[in-house]
Design a protein around this ligand. Sequence first.
Ligand SMILES: Cc1cc2nc3c(=O)[nH]c(=O)nc-3n(C[C@H](O)[C@H](O)[C@H](O)COP(=O)(O)OP(=O)(O)OC[C@H]3O[C@@H](n4cnc5c(N)ncnc54)[C@H](O)[C@@H]3O)c2cc1C
Length: 292
Amino acid sequence: MNLGWWWRLFAGALAGFLFFHGFAATETAPNYSFMYDATSASTLSYYDYIIVGGGTAGCMSDNPMNAVFIPSPLPVEVSLIQVVGITHFGSYIEAASGENFAGGASSSPAVEYMNNLDETTFRGGFILEKVMGPISTGHLELRTRNPNDNPSVTFNYFKDPQDLQRCVQGIQTIEKIIESKAFFRFRYEFLSWPILLNMTANAPLNLLPKHYNPSMPLEVFCKDTVMTIWHYHGGCQVGKVVDLDYKVLGVDALRVIDGSTFNDSPGTNPQATVMMLGRYMGVKILSERLAN
Ligand SMILES: Cc1cc2nc3c(=O)[nH]c(=O)nc-3n(C[C@H](O)[C@H](O)[C@H](O)COP(=O)(O)OP(=O)(O)OC[C@H]3O[C@@H](n4cnc5c(N)ncnc54)[C@H](O)[C@@H]3O)c2cc1C
């Protein structure tokens, strides 16, 4: 087995993982102001440089995710995320494995590329940990007045040391899992834990500069390999930007009813809760209107 084979395997699995989960990238903007009080906004021009979710107006968050790739000598089940470990220290442990776990029937170039890869490329999978309810918060900033332009988002992953500690404990839990007897058949003996960490750390998981090597603490691994799991939330929290009826404070006839109102991203995946909230509020608004 040569090194080229490993890299092909790793690159294929990584392409799939990133295709589904995307890259974590943050940007900061040079000039901004905070909206400290949602009821005290003054003139429209003020909003050109406002940070939504900054100050006391909200708490934009994204759950940092860190993963370790484990090549397997055996074919593994195709799985996105089926088994979830809920820890006492505030992280979810999840797994994604097998061919096409990034998949779907899309005809995008990424899926075509993956379909053309050798089957062995997909032997293995990722075990990941997601920090629940991160304490670190960030902000969203408008870049221009054009509503079609993407805003700039800063999440400040691991700014709070407790988030970093929870990541370290999550990675240590992943180590325990793959060193367990049950996992034995699904890993190559010569790929030790430090090698696995190093392989992951050297992959292009994000756009951040790389520092990690096996002599360094796991804190460095967490910071270097952080990704998004796409569960950002909290830019419009209840009591800070919207009231209990999801009406924007200080604005007539405008409600926000979506994931941005969550204090925490619920469970492993938030979409069902977002849909439930939308339906609940839709029914409530309709029945209030009919009653009047
Ligand atoms: C790649 C990816 C994978 C995910 N996988 C899962 C998963 O497997 N399970 C799960 O539970 N969750 C998953 N999530 C998270 C889930 O999709 C989100 O939490 C959820 O969609 C949030 O719902 P929302 O209504 O808050 O926002 P969105 O679903 O983002 O809806 C916002 C809507 O607003 C529209 N919009 C934006 N700007 C404007 C504007 N100026 N004017 C008018 N309309 C506008 C957008 O077009 C969009 O339709 C994933 C997210 C991503 C990105």
